[in-house]
Design a protein around this ligand. Structure first.
Ligand code: ARG
Ligand code: ZN
Length: 853
């Protein structure tokens, strides 16, 4: 069934209070739920409670067993005569048979929950929708030896032991919350504890809970948590509101983490870190996700979403908040570059493909399919644009207004925008199109100059491409930061200006432009759009050397590389010299940090090159990119060798500077290998063996895994032996091989799927191999269709266990419109096979059928 935004109705019954009593057991858990329900408005609707996969053992109303309840679809329907009742249900569930990892499930011998979006109904009968807010009391009873730790939302109230070997604990969360924020954990866990004193002087007890062997890997996450708590006080005036804040790490988890009130539950990959097992990228991701989930306490929990169409209200805003937090921990410029690279790798393709949807969707079949880059990352860009339009002080006033006006409620995207308008004193009527129109706007920019008159004219035009269900689009409001530079002097000719492009086409005139101007546009990536400009290779090279906005400087180089690679793909040959010169100049420039240099000299990915082309020829793209890499490697060999030596460091430290040096060194190693140097493999293996940290070790492995040298297998073997008992590191072993550019990658991946340690039951492992393979444009798109068949086989198998994770891995098959007839036909055949599979989940059905149309 299709759920539509326009069909929203307020709930017929409210549930101000709920008491849950769990008798926990992996095979058979009994859940007694006591709901106080009150009629919401005048109507004679019965009480409808969502359920999934269970039938009630008993139903009582106001203390008396009733039997006039019925099951309609998956809902429990209870006729209720008056306006206020106590309704009690009892159900039995089996956590250890829960392979979907939604609701109450077992992971590594412990029990935990995941309820967002609609997992609570798999635990008990309840109006499982985000606009029903309740105060929760939870009592858990479990075997004291198997489950010595019992955690739930809110604050602990009481605990005790029974004579039968069980013990119990009670928790109370005073803040009314929707069911998707419910959580409990029962298990054998060790804790890393600390405290945080809030701005009003309250002491909060912090705990990160993991299996005992992992305790030493939790300090980084704990530190990040304290930084996040302080940051949210300083930047948004938001204080934590309970006496305890707990985080639990589990190995089996469908996504990154979950912001359950007072009890965040995390995928262990976003908690556990030490230098030997986690890369710099992992460290940064841990801090970002810890911050993200913590920030949800206000943007998500204190103020939640009225319905799931409003998901970006909490996710887009919270991603924006975690992005700004991360920017404050190190280099803001590099952080912004990484964000844009991520947006282009995941959101832009989504926005131009069959699964495109607005930031506030109009309909869905399965809400789990809408936890997307569009809702999260494009949603964050919308908040960023409003912050840019308002300016920092007004933006803060607007978020203050939002937090105070909607505290304790379930709000909408419209509520948020209205606060921006009111406190910001701006008119955002047209801006709202960003919430309703899908598709990435394309902006053409042409700058002309009257040499005599000193006047420059910038012609801007915007076009929003059609997307499924939206053939015709309105012009949007695009905040574009612009500056002109003098081609001769290299000096800025204007200040930075913020242009709000809100027409289909506009002309902007600059006076007193005394020399030929070069256009720097969309500085800082002020709008999430594609810029189409007619800037020459020379002008792009000029900007890559002279622009004062680091993002724009990076962007000019990327555009130069992209133009070169697109030409190389289409023509089979290219002029590499402009890129080589620009790279050389950037590497020689004064005052650029290593992390920036590393980003600036990296070529765009094969996927991103493909996204520029009407017809993707994966082999031609690969050949062009490898050729350019080789030429850059060879032409600048002395520079790469020098950097490789200079960027070496003493003992490992984790700091922005040390990270940047490691990154630049690994980029240098990559170019040395690309140059075809005879000693490259030996150099990489030496780095692999000598490394005192995972960043250097994995960088060496990544270089080797695409080579034909014997060192490749040696490194893979040593890596596997060293980390055989570390699941998170083994994921890297699978992923690195799935991303290899060797010709045999498809066959290797098929063999790895049969490896004894490969399992579809663990989402991290499935993503490491199958997800990574789908991103490997050339290997996945093998002309004989073997990659397509492999992916479809795996998805059909995974769907039986875990529909959500299966559906997430489908999008590579939906790119068929961009490929030649032969490949397109093969992809469509696999999509059709998926759609025709008996017993398919609605998750995978929605993604596959939409991709096929
Ligand atoms: N709210 C969580 C977060 O962003 C993610 C929940 C994902 N849920 C899902 N059904 N995919 O932090
Ligand atoms: Zn989130």
């Amino acid at each position: 069934a299709v759920i539509r935004r326009e069909d929203y109705c307020p709930p017929a019954w409210a549930v101000p209070d709920i008491t849950l009593d769990f008798r926990l057991d992996p095979a058979e858990t009994r859940v007694r739920a006591t709901l106080s329900v009150t009629r919401n408005g005048a109507h004679d609707e019965p009480l409808r409670l969502d359920g999934a996969g269970q039938t009630p053992v008993s139903v009582t109303v106001d203390g008396a067993v009733v039997d006039d309840w019925r099951i309609e679809g998956e809902q429990l329907v209870v006729p209720l005569p008056g306006d206020a009742h106590i309704v009690e249900t009892e159900v039995v569930i089996a956590p250890d048979r829960n392979t979907q990892l939604m609701g109450l499930y077992a992971s590594g011998g412990n029990l935990c929950t995941q309820c967002e979006a609609e997992g609570f109904r798999r635990i008990t009968f309840f109006p499982d929708r985000p606009d029903v807010l309740s105060v929760y009391r939870v009592r858990m009873t479990a075997d004291a030896r198997r489950f010595p730790v019992l955690l739930a939302n809110g604050d602990p109230v009481a605990k005790g032991t029974n004579d039968d070997g069980t013990h119990w604990a009670e928790w109370h969360d005073p803040y009314p919350k929707p069911s998707y924020l419910f959580a409990l954990v029962a298990g054998d866990l060790a804790v890393n504890r600390s405290t945080f004193t809030t701005m009003s002087g309250r002491e909060v007890e912090l705990g990160i809970w993991v299996r005992a062997a992992d305790l030493a890997k939790t300090d980084h996450a704990l530190h990040a948590l304290k930084l996040s708590m302080a940051w949210d006080e300083r930047i948004y005036g938001r204080e934590y509101d309970l006496d305890v804040f707990n985080i639990v790490a589990v190995d089996d988890f469908n996504f990154g983490a979950m912001e359950n009130k007072g009890l965040n539950i995390f995928n262990s990959r976003y908690i556990l870190a030490d230098p030997d097992t986690a890369t710099d990228y992992d460290y940064d991701a841990i801090a970002a996700v810890v911050a993200h989930e913590y920030f949800h306490n206000w943007s998500g929990n204190r103020i939640t979403c009225r319905d799931w169409f409003q998901l970006s209200l909490k996710e887009g805003f919270t991603v924006y908040r975690d992005q700004c937090f991360s920017a404050d921990q190190g280099s803001a410029a590099v952080k912004r570059i990484e964000e844009v690279r991520g947006l282009r790798a995941s959101q832009f393709p989504e926005d131009s493909g069959p699964l495109a949807h607005p930031v506030r969707p109009e309909s869905y079949i399965e809400i789990s399919n809408f936890y997307t880059a569009t809702i999260y990352n494009k949603g964050a860009e919308l908040i960023r644009m409003m912050a840019t339009i308002l300016d920092p002080a007004k933006f803060r006033a607007a978020t203050d207004l939002y937090f105070s006006r909607f505290d304790g409620t379930a709000a909408t995207c419209e509520d948020f925008v209205a606060c921006m308008e009111e406190a910001g004193g701006v008119d955002l009527r047209q801006f709202r199109l960003w919430y309703s129109q899908a598709g990435t706007p394309r902006v053409s920019a042409g700058l002309s100059h009257e040499p005599g008159g000193g006047r420059a004219v910038l012609r801007l035009a915007q076009h929003v491409p059609p997307s499924p269900g939206q053939p015709v689009k309105q012009p949007m409001v695009l905040p574009l930061k612009v500056r002109l530079f003098g081609a001769e002097t290299g000096r800025p000719l204007t200040d930075e200006q913020l242009i709000l492009l809100d027409q289909a086409a506009e002309t902007i005139t600059f006076e007193a432009v005394t020399e030929r101007p070069v256009l720097s546009i969309n500085r800082g990536f002020s709008a999430p759009v594609v810029i189409e400009s007619d800037r020459s290779a020379a002008d792009l090279a000029f900007l890559s050397a002279h622009d004062d906005d680091p993002f724009a400087r990076y962007e000019a180089m990327q555009q130069l590389m992209l133009d070169t690679l697109v030409a190389g793909t289409i023509n089979g040959e290219m002029n590499a010299q402009a890129v080589i010169d620009a790279v050389a100049r950037t590497l020689a420039a004064e005052g650029l940090e290593p992390a920036f240099l590393a980003e600036a000299v990296l070529l765009p990915s094969e996927n991103f090159i493909g996204d520029q082309l009407a017809m993707v020829d994966p082999d031609a793209i690969h050949a062009a990119r490898e050729s350019l890499r080789r030429q850059i490697g060879q032409a600048l060999t002395p520079v790469w060798r020098r950097l490789y030596g200079e960027m070496a460091q003493g003992a490992y430290v984790y700091s922005p500077d040390a990270k940047g040096r490691r990154r630049l060194r690994s980029v240098a190693l990559g170019y040395i290998a690309a140059s075809g140097a005879e000693d490259a493999a030996a150099l990489a293996l030496a780095q692999f063996d000598a490394a005192d940290n995972m960043t250097d070790r994995q960088a060496a492995l990544t270089t080797l895994v695409s080579s034909d040298a014997p060192e490749r297998d040696i490194a893979l073997e040593r890596f596997h032996a060293r980390y055989a008992d570390n699941a998170l590191v083994l994921d890297k072993w699978f992923q690195t091989q799935a991303l290899s550019s060797r010709d045999d990658t498809g066959a290797v991946v098929a063999t790895l799927a049969e490896h004894p340690t490969f399992t579809l039951a663990n989402p991290n492992r499935a993503r490491a191999l199958i997800g990574a393979f789908g991103m490997n444009q050339r290997a996945f798109n093998a002309a004989n269709g073997s990659g397509y068949r492999f992916l479809a086989d795996q998805l059909i198998a995974l769907d039986r266990l875990n529909p959500q994770t299966a559906a997430k891995l489908l999008p590579p098959l939906g790119r068929w419109r961009r490929f030649d007839g032969n490949r397109a036909q093969l992809m469509r055949a696999e999509l059709a096979r998926i759609v025709a599979t008996p017993g398919l989940s609605k998750d995978l059905f929605e993604q596959a059928s939409k991709s096929l149309d």
